[in-house]
Design a protein around this ligand. Structure first.
Ligand code: GUN
Length: 292
């Protein structure tokens, strides 16, 4: 029986702490942290994520603003909106929810966000600082995972860590963080991806397995070592006629089969998801502390 890494409870603890800090900030006569979320189009998953971010803001006393644009917005128009946010002293941090429509370059948008307001930690300047081990905004999902590890007293030190997936948002940064000399780090990290051969054998050697590949039930029991820590970043919709909405959310790990072998495991939903939002909120609080 694995210990469940409860993202909701861990996130709630972070929420309580942030709420107190914001109250103290306001008592000193300062404005609360202000997060702006920019959304283009109507992607249902993006809407749900952004809605949760806005809800969390309300719960901890942050100010939040949702800027919603039609899919028809041009790249130049969106870049102009980003520029306005860069120059608005009332905005501490903001995110542009990805994915963006095809006619808009995500890279261009990310590089236009001012690094000081880049609470997603996606700007190349912040990525560079992360790699160099300098203080910066860590990307929300990897940051949330490290907070969860700290909460449960899990460290990668001296362990075999296997990360499946090399995305800029999750796989790449978490692989870097867990190999660095940080309280939760010092792991020996292997990154697996679509060209990896013998992925099953490599995973089966992992003491800590982080899965961020976006394929439902990709990790099966034979890929997991007895006693491994399993962190599932997947969030896949699979058809389920028995549910009112017609689908259920599952991770990248075959939870039922893997759980009995793991020492710790994240559920989906309720594992990494809430920690991602907590990571974003911690960055936004930090951005308010950094106000010039
Ligand atoms: N889309 C999926 N994950 C993220 C994230 O962490 N930030 C933003 N802005 N968009 C996303």
């Amino acid at each position: 029986m694995a210990t469940i890494l409860d993202g909701r409870a861990t996130s709630a603890a972070i929420k309580d702490d942030l709420k107190k800090k914001v109250e103290a900030m306001v008592a000193e006569g300062k404005n609360p942290p202000h997060l702006v979320a920019v959304m283009v189009g109507n992607n249902p998953a993006s809407k749900a994520y952004v809605g949760n971010k806005i809800k969390f803001c309300g719960e901890v006393g942050f100010k939040s603003t949702l800027l919603q644009f039609e899919t028809s917005i041009t790249e130049a128009e969106l870049l102009a909106e980003v520029d306005k946010l860069n120059n608005d002293p009332g905005v501490d941090g903001y995110i542009v929810q990805l994915p963006l429509p095809e006619h808009i370059s995500e890279d261009k948008v990310i590089e236009t966000v001012h690094p000081d307001k880049d609470v997603d930690g996606f700007h190349v300047q912040n990525v560079g600082k992360m790699v160099a081990g300098l203080p910066t905004y860590l990307p929300a999902t990897p940051f949330g995972i490290t907070k969860m590890m700290e909460h449960y007293g899990i460290s990668a030190s001296g362990k075999n860590v296997v990360v499946i997936g090399r995305s800029h948002i999750v796989g790449r940064p978490i692989s870097i963080l867990l190999s660095q000399s940080r309280p939760y780090g010092n792991g020996t990290v292997t990154v697996c991806h679509s060209r990896t051969q013998n992925i099953k054998e490599i995973c089966a050697e992992a003491d800590i397995l982080v899965v961020a590949i976006g394929k439902a039930n990709f990790v099966t029991a034979d890929m997991v070592k007895e006693g491994a820590v399993v962190i599932d970043v997947g969030m896949n919709r699979v058809e389920d006629a028995s549910r009112k909405r017609g689908y259920k959310l599952v991770g990248d790990v075959d939870y039922e089969a893997v759980e009995p072998k793991a020492s710790y495991i994240t559920p989906v939903p309720g594992g990494v998801g809430p920690m991602t939002i907590a990571g974003l909120m911690l960055n936004t609080y930090q951005s308010a502390l950094n106000r010039k």
